[in-house]
Design a protein around this ligand. Structure first.
Ligand code: APR
Length: 244
């Protein structure tokens, strides 16, 4: 398998993942068939709207990102990437996802380009807390530290900047890595989608896994493994395990 050979020959491999890698964990994508944005207007995670009307926004945030997403567990694609890291065939991982499934699967170098639902921050006293320690029975939730502060999940809302150090680390990978393994993303959302493009411009080989072509497929992808993430990652690991 060409992709397996390319990964074994690469000097530094970076995985770049989107919502598609978590679909087989039961988390719907944002776009495409069954996409969240077909069912919900994303305004509830637009920062000015959230600050103006926290209570209705928090009801949707709790329903989607905690009650629903919170039950998801890593699938074979997440664990496969963690195994590649353990085999020293993957040096870093950039994810657009906020579901913490890569860390739960055992990946240790994870740049969360859009932040994480696993933590909450107080917009007033700036303390941060593990999301599971926050009582969401009363909304908006109360800050355990300053009690008057406005809590917000620690992922970026529309209208917010990309968090540091994830932004710097992720763009650095576009310079340093000579192979990007792009999994489960439309490649349509800025500025995240610029990272694989910059990697390509720096000479990286782009391997893409997706059941459908994305914006990357006709432009930067060198090897397109068309299919669901779990099956394609399993095939990749099987081919890597085979002696050359
Ligand atoms: N395996 C791999 N990929 C899949 C699977 C699967 N089983 N099922 C769907 N996909 C692909 C779809 O073909 C699509 O390309 O996952 C992608 C999902 O696209 P999006 O929902 O747009 O996800 P993503 O590209 O990560 O969105 C980027 O948009 O709303 C923002 O912050 C949000 O991080 C998100 C960003």
């Amino acid at each position: 398998m060409l992709a397996a050979k390319a990964i074994k020959a690469a000097r530094r491999v970076c995985a770049f993942t989107g919502a598609g890698i978590s679909v087989e964990s039961g988390i719907p994508p944002f776009r495409g068939p069954g996409g969240l944005w077909k069912k919900y207007n994303p305004d509830f995670i637009e920062i000015d709207n959230f600050l103006a009307r926290p209570e209705p926004c928090w009801r949707l945030i709790r329903e989607i990102f905690y009650d629903f997403f919170g039950k998801a567990r890593p699938n074979a694609a997440h664990t496969g990437l963690a195994r590649l890291e353990q085999m020293n065939l993957l040096q870093s991982l950039i994810t657009q996802n906020i579901d913490n499934l890569h860390q739960m699967a055992g990946s240790s170098v994870v740049h969360e380009f859009h932040g994480t639902a696993g933590r909450m921050i107080c917009l007033d006293c700036h303390e941060s807390f593990a999301a599971e320690s926050i009582d969401l029975t009363v909304l908006p939730p109360e800050c355990p530290n300053c009690s008057i502060g406005r809590l917000k999940p620690d992922f970026i809302f529309f209208g917010e900047a990309i968090p540091e150090p994830a932004a710097t680390n992720s763009f650095a990978e576009a310079e340093l890595s000579d192979l990007f393994l792009v999994i489960g993303t439309t490649g349509e959302v800025m500025p995240a989608c610029m990272i694989p493009v910059m990697a390509k411009q720096n000479g990286a080989v782009i391997i893409e896994i997706n059941p459908q072509p994305s914006a990357f497929t006709p432009t930067i992808t060198d090897i397109f493994l068309q299919g669901p993430a779990t099956q394609m990652v399993n095939n990749l690991l099987t081919a890597i395990d085979k002696p050359d």
